[in-house]
Design a protein around this ligand. Sequence first.
Ligand code: NAD
Ligand code: LMR
Length: 332
Amino acid sequence: MLSRIATRSFSSSASNAYKVAVLGAGGGIGQPLSLLLKLNHKVTDLALYDIKGAPGVAADVSHVPTNSTVKGYNPDQLKEALTGADVIVIPAGVPRKPGMTRDDLFNTNASIVRDLAKAAAEYAPKAAIAVIANPVNSTVPIVAEVFRSKGVYNPKKLFGVTTLDVLRAARFVSEVAGTNPTQEHVPVVGGHSGITIVPLLSQTTHKDLPKDTKDSLTHRIQFGGDEVVKAKDGAGSATLSMAQAGARFTGAVLNGLDGEKDIIECTFVDSPLFKDEGVEFFSSKVTLGPEGVKQVHGLGELSDYEEDLVKTAKETLIKNIKKGTDFVDQNP
Ligand code: NAD
Ligand code: LMR
């Protein structure tokens, strides 16, 4: 299997070469994500950084025979890891344990993300940044505020990775409908935590689900992360499905940078959709292009049920976003 993938990568006609830096590459997400990125032929330079273990992961992944170089970087080499990066992916940060919300991670992860953002603003201010570290609803505004304070903020290049919600939605819908999950496409909008996650089931082929089915599906998509946290029983949260989601999203960003057409993903971005209501960031379908965000799409037609979910999501998002922005203002 691996050799088939490798052969395809070597013979591909990638028009461009990209450096991707993974910050937090030694972790539960970072390791499989690094492997999946090694299999992406557009990634020609893979820079793996962590406060511990990155050189080992890099040595391991580097033996996979695809046409790219992989280097591991120690804590004192963040500058080298970031310099020249086209895309920076940030899974660095602590994961949840049972009983915790994502917001409970804020105290630890806010400063980790702030410090990595400061380094990115200095050494790779033009890179696209994909934030995985939770709570995404607050860590993305943290990166924005750091970049703003350094005078290098480009809203088109900052993304919160919500792709796992999209993957879960496709999977869970297919389980209920008895369909092939690869053929299910469920837009998921809002944010990335509990009630801020809003699946738009009315925009699928399953518009007329009974109310109780719709309720339980929506709840499962909103709280799918808890299933994994509970099953891992203190050993962390989703890592493998997240690596797949992160690799898909990073691949989409690269396809956009590379000028491919019609690259659309749901992602949490600096969004015009509800700015007039005070919601600075919102996830919706976004077309990705050579400059990053090419177009933020509207939500399309919503059912009354979804209108209510979006309304509730916005109220929580305003607070989550403010918490991130205030943190940087008070702890620059
Ligand atoms: P993990 O503990 O297994 O790995 C985190 C890694 O980050 C560790 O290797 C650690 O050494 C590293 N790290 C810590 N501080 C760092 C720093 N300052 N610089 C560089 N690296 C640093 O955790 P994980 O399971 O990989 O999860 C990572 C984060 O991703 C968590 O915050 C988790 O909640 C989040 N997550 C997000 C999504 C999503 O959908 N966006 C999904 C799953 C997990
Ligand atoms: C997820 O959705 O799996 C992640 O955000 C991790 C978590 O804490 O649930």
